[in-house]
Design a protein around this ligand. Structure first.
Ligand code: CIR
Length: 256
């Protein structure tokens, strides 16, 4: 069960966020705000208390608050983002995290280690961490040490193509794993009941499970049908403006 969620309002500079898909165009700020409102509303319907943090005007990608920390049942790990323009974002999550975790349970990834929360997937007490363009080997080492100190386990998954681990994976609890692209055949995930997302809908692999319900991006009918067939109630949330800068449902919140 999740009780709390942290989100951060998009700032006007969201239109300048990092993107690998400039052909999709720039986000429309007003529309991004409306989609953010609907996202918060969908989370509240799942029974969590949502804390909305103020926008950070100088950081275009700061609404993707997931990348700044990993909040586990036993500890909080403040990240050190690998994207240079995002590195200072982590400092701004600390105050919010301190409302929920004592100092003795807060750990910090430090240079030369880099790590972004989008590279971390929680499966019960175990955490998979993607070795990616944003999360380096030293970041993985520090992250695993922090997990072990607080009674969790972790393992590293080298990524080949995608930005973050959860760009192509979502754990839906009960051993059910949504998989797309390079994750469909990875040995590390052989033990899960895999729900495969077709290449044409790969963006929709970035779903989130919130207390039994799955939030799915709007506009991916095959993914929605597959998740419903697996027995989950689904809430569709339009994330078109965030998709333009490589963001999705998981990136927009910290759930704990
Ligand atoms: C970035 O490149 O950092 C942002 N434009 C997108 C971050 C997406 N975050 C995530 O997948 N956790």
């Amino acid at each position: 069960m999740f009780h709390h969620v942290l989100v951060r309002r998009p700032c006007p500079a969201v239109c300048e966020g990092i993107t690998s898909a400039p052909e999709l165009g720039r986000p429309d700020y007003e529309k991004a705000l409306r989609q953010h409102d609907a996202y918060i509303e969908a989370l509240r319907r799942c029974g969590v208390e949502v804390t909305v943090l103020d926008a950070l005007p100088e950081f275009p990608d700061s609404c993707f608050v997931e990348d700044t920390a990993v909040l586990t049942p036993n500890c909080a790990i403040i990240s050190n983002p690998g994207a240079p323009s995002r590195q200072k974002e982590s400092a701004y999550i600390v105050d919010a995290v301190k409302r929920f975790y004592p100092d003795s349970r807060i750990e910090y990834i430090t240079a030369p280690g880099t790590m972004e929360g989008g590279d971390v997937m929680m499966v019960g007490n175990h955490f998979y961490i993607g070795l990616s363009a944003r999360t380096n080997e030293e970041g993985c080492r520090q992250f695993l040490a922090a997990l072990e100190k607080h009674g969790h386990t972790g393992s590293v998954v080298p990524l080949e193509k995608v930005l973050h681990l959860k760009t192509g994976l979502a754990y839906l609890e009960d051993n059910n794993l949504l998989v797309a692209g390079e994750f469909c055949d990875k040995e590390e995930f052989a033990r899960f009941n895999k729900i495969e997302i077709s290449p044409g809908e790969s963006y929709s692999a970035n779903c989130i499970w919130v207390n039994g319900t799955v939030l799915v991006p709007a506009g991916y009918p095959a993914a929605k049908a597959a998740i419903e067939k697996a027995g989950y109630p689904v809430i569709e949330v339009d994330t078109s403006e965030f998709r333009k800068i490589d963001g999705g449902l998981s990136c927009l919140s910290l759930r704990f």
